[in-house]
Design a protein around this ligand. Sequence first.
Ligand code: CA
Length: 444
Amino acid sequence: MFELNVTHDPKRRSWLASANEPGTPFPIQNLPLGVFLKDGQSHVGVAIGDRVFDLTAAQHFNLFTGDALIALQALRVGTLNALMAMPESFASALRKQLSEHLVQGSGSQTMMTALSSSLLLERASLQMVLPVKIGDYTDFLTSKYHTERHGRFKGLKDPLPEAFKSLPIAYHSRASSIRVSGTPVVRPRGQYKDASGALKFGPAPMMDFELELAAYVGQGNELSKPIALKDAALHVFGYCLLNDWSAKSIQWWEQVLGPFLGKSFMSSISAWVVTSEALRPFRSKPQPRGAKDPACLPYLNDPLDREWGGLDIEVEAFISSEQQRASQLPAQRITSSHLKHLYWTFGQMLTHHSSNGCNLSTGDLIGSGTISGPTDESRACMTEITEAGKKPLMLSSGESRTALEDGDNIILTAWAKKEGHVSIGFGDCVGTLLAAQGAAELDV
Ligand code: CA
């Protein structure tokens, strides 16, 4: 399931120079899929160096054969869903043949160079759109550190809910308001209690970001037929960055049955889908459970998942305020964390999600929850960084923040890294907070 092949070879280089530059998120070992607009049509592409290989335009050339050709034809509609619904071997065949076309010394280099003006587009010039039709979106809560800190801010006697170590906690979120990186997020209006305890309706204070990773479901499961943990990895097509924008003021007042309007106004995802196959070299042993933790029930316990269920992925968040941008100050890093801090694996999340018979569908998005770690540097949302507003975050511009302000730009990044392998990146997940719009006559 996690075997490496020639496409993962760390010695492999491309004839496209920008794909070999140190620091590129998209070397030939990555080959993530995305969707962009060209002449008003959705085209599927693969990021390589500073270019995008246009798979939709490639339909007109005889570059692919066999299963790779079938995979290519599945992408004709301009989303990844049809390919994601197929067995992984089809996407794998396409990846292998594309890698062969792009590799240094490739027999087709001359032909590809000739075709490059129509097939290799400048990545920075493209308008990316959502790569997948996302039917359902579930967001988990799998960082013990994030959960404990929030419990303490709320003054809970036991900051970690008893169920946390028995099952991966989640809520159903909103798929319709997921937007691709670059889309601004508008501050929502909502009901909240102000500092004096008075009930208000209006532009929500205490706006926050949440640094997360998300898995795309590939092949789903039938209703009433749960996914066994040993098979769970086969159901994940790929991963992206997720910013689960949160209006904490709304959320903390409304949250009796779970988050609702404090989350559903918008969520941002990165444009590129880094495939499960590309991430195989970065599979790792998840953090062991604590000695005093309750035993994992059998359905959430599997030797393959215990050995390979983790992923070596570093994540970071940066802020760039209007004033920082005006002063030409670089974006300021405010979080540096790692997927290893999560208590549950993505496999356990999928298995638990389907364990009552709930059917997951191709294109569903499964968020990890805020990826906070134990240290101050690894706190992955503003509420944690500022201790719920008590300790303002100082910006390089001299400003301070207890929460996000209008004009603040948040940039999330992720890198899969492991010694002996070429690091691969996810690209950015970016969004700027805009002032609340409309309905001002309802404010109190
Ligand atoms: Ca979240």
